[in-house]
Design a binder for this molecule. Structure first.
Ligand code: SF4
Ligand code: SF4
Length: 484
């Protein structure tokens, strides 16, 4: 019998620094093989995708700890046999194999969650690991040097002062400890946060000092338009291990349609310069593309650039409750995504990053019941120290850094919007994608934008699984010519 092979990538959580409250990276499957005594049963997939390379198939198993895997024909047979509960000995006898030949693939299946002990009651919704990170979006300033027409930030002369910044870090450290997280993650945001680079330096040093003293890990990312950087600022970022999420909305033409300088001059070349210089310094970058009705022709260009430079990327669907004028028609969006997916496929053989966290807010790298961490493990701190549950909700701050426990207050007061799990949402409760999708942005639910995006999600998620399967095959060096 052919040797059963199961391909997967556990370290999928390398920071995809989205410009949102990205799902908290959770520890994935354990590395130690589980004991294989007793009976085992297969978890059922939502989807299998042929990846047109011999008999290899990609599987999406919603409740598995590593939901996307690829199996060859032998592994598929073994796994199918477990649609009925069986022990290792029974399986070995069924396939007339030595017990040891069955044990290794079964241990892998158990490790990634493709199978579960028969005695265990299937947990639905899946048990989410305890979040380990408290994330804070810090609005350093509401000013910006660009005037992107879809921007939701009022370009006011409001900037954080140093005392507020220090108080915010002190309060975050205290809340992180109080609520049992291990790590603080800061998102330097605006407006354009680098207009207050002085504050980034101050906060970064306060963060390092206070998190160390409290025995916490700390991580930070600058969400930037990429147009204000010089060598010295990049050196600072590299030296302090700060990541960058750089907005790029297309090739030169599409990007400048939305992100030119206010005098009409192109900003595209400066953004590319920043990317190059950051890469030279080994800074971790995520490219962040906001997809609107106005830059659909630029989606594949950003994907091509990201894949050629081996950069993680995130395709963000514009968040607007009113579809006009920014939310694309579903068919137009689908056409743009088809082109982008073709580009992904052309580059898939050498692309090192999982695609599992690249498609809007979906995450296929761990099962979860909420789209984002807003209102639970995430807060947005405004320049004056007031606190909102999400950076899109700054008009409705719910607490302040002076409160005793702002996180508890934000959770309590935003419960109706953010607390419901996907299984409690009438439109999503039976959707096969719910533990990857989470139900879409909570702020858009019930809107026409949400309905359009949901149609797109269901249309493209299977294709994403197929491409990720293909990527896994290449990653494990299975060239199309050597695959049986
Ligand atoms: S938003 Fe759509 S795709 Fe996502 S879980 Fe709900 S029904 Fe499924
Ligand atoms: S509520 Fe929507 S905009 Fe806010 S963090 Fe969640 S997904 Fe992002």
């Amino acid at each position: 019998m052919q040797r059963p092979e199961i391909l997967f990538q556990i370290e999928a959580h390398r920071s995809i620094d989205c410009d949102c409250a990205c799902g908290t990276p959770y520890p994935a499957s354990s590395t130690s093989p589980p004991p294989l005594s007793g009976m085992w049963q297969a978890r059922q997939p939502a989807l299998t995708q042929s990846i047109e390379r011999g008999a290899w198939r990609a599987y999406y198993v919603p409740t598995a700890t590593t939901p996307v895997t690829v199996m060859n024909a032998a592994a598929q047979r073994l796994w199918s046999a477990l649609s009925e509960p069986r022990s290792v000995a029974e399986l070995a006898s069924l396939f007339d194999l030595p017990r040891t030949d069955v044990e290794a693939p079964l241990a892998t299946m158990a490790r990634v969650g493709l199978i579960r002990p028969w005695e265990a009651v299937e947990i639905a919704p899946p048990l989410e690991p305890q979040p380990t990170t408290l994330t804070a979006w810090l609005y350093l300033t509401q000013q910006c040097n660009l005037r992107c027409p879809y921007c939701y930030v009022p370009h006011r002369n409001a900037s954080m002062d140093e005392a507020t910044a220090r108080a915010a870090i002190a309060k975050l450290t205290e809340m992180t400890k109080r609520h049992g997280y291990r790590r603080i993650k800061i998102k330097y945001a605006g407006g354009e946060p680098t207009l207050r680079f002085d504050l980034i330096r101050t906060i970064q040093s306060a963060l390092t000092e206070q998190s160390r003293a409290a025995g916490l890990e700390a991580e930070s990312v600058v969400l930037t338009n990429g147009t204000t950087w010089n060598e010295e600022r990049l050196d600072f970022i590299a030296e302090h291990g700060i990541h960058m999420a750089i907005s790029l909305d297309g090739g030169a033409e599409a990007h400048n349609r939305l992100r030119a300088f206010p005098n009409g001059r192109s900003s595209y070349e400066k953004v590319l310069w920043t990317i190059e210089k950051a890469l030279e310094r080994g800074i971790e970058i995520t490219l962040s593309l906001t997809i609107t009705a106005w830059n659909l022709d630029g989606v594949s260009d950003v994907v091509r650039l990201a894949m050629e430079k081996a950069l993680p990327f995130n395709l963000n669907f514009v968040r607007e409750r009113q579809p006009q004028p920014w939310v694309p028609e579903a068919e137009a969006l689908a056409q743009a995504l088809h082109s982008a997916f073709r580009v992904m496929e052309q580059h898939i053989a050498t692309y090192p990053h999982p695609l599992t966290a690249s498609f809007d807010r979906a995450r296929f790298d761990f099962p979860h019941t909420h789209t984002c961490a807003a209102g639970r493990d995430y807060i947005a701190i405004l320049p004056d120290g007031r606190i909102a549950p999400c950076h899109m909700e700054t008009a409705n701050p719910l607490s302040t850094i002076e409160a005793t426990d702002p996180l508890a207050e934000v959770r309590r007061r935003s419960k109706a919007t953010f607390a419901p799990a996907v299984d409690e949402l009438p439109d999503c409760a039976t959707c096969p994608w719910r533990y990857a999708c989470g139900g879409g942005c909570p702020l858009l639910r019930g809107t026409e934008a949400h309905r359009r995006y949901c149609r797109i999600y269901r249309r493209f998620y299977p294709e994403l699984i197929r491409l990720e399967g293909l990527r896994l095959l290449y990653r494990h060096r299975k060239s199309p010519f050597s695959i049986d």
